[in-house]
Write a protein that binds this ligand. Structure first.
Ligand code: SF4
Length: 100
């Protein structure tokens, strides 16, 4: 199952540094970020998004099997949608119209 494209309607947001993390009763880790959102419950940490992003939005978080791609600099996103296209788990949702 891919990331819920309407996660902002279906989940509650908590602050996570400069980002938000979106959770509901069925999420374990949650969705990190808003404009560039990564579902950490789906992310397998293969790094495809990190490799493809032309403006280095993502950074690694965690170690080993728990390693995830955090959209730490989502405000720098240029909306090329490369990360969405390469993610093998469809764990990423980019939403250009939502600004905070
Ligand atoms: S849409 Fe493009 S610029 Fe934005 S985070 Fe994804 S790969 Fe990077």
């Amino acid at each position: 199952m891919p990331i819920d494209p309407d996660f902002q309607l279906h989940r509650r947001a908590e602050a996570y540094g400069n980002l938000k993390v979106w959770k509901n009763d069925s999420s374990r880790l949650g969705i990190y970020g808003t404009d560039v959102a990564v579902d950490f419950d789906l992310c397998v940490g293969d790094g495809a998004c990190i490799d493809v992003c032309p403006v280095n939005v993502f950074e690694w978080q965690g170690e080993g099997a728990d390693r995830k791609a955090l959209p730490a600099l989502e405000r720098d996103c240029i909306y090329c949608f490369g990360c969405e296209a390469v993610c093998p788990k469809f764990a990423i949702r980019v939403t250009p119209l939502v600004r905070r």
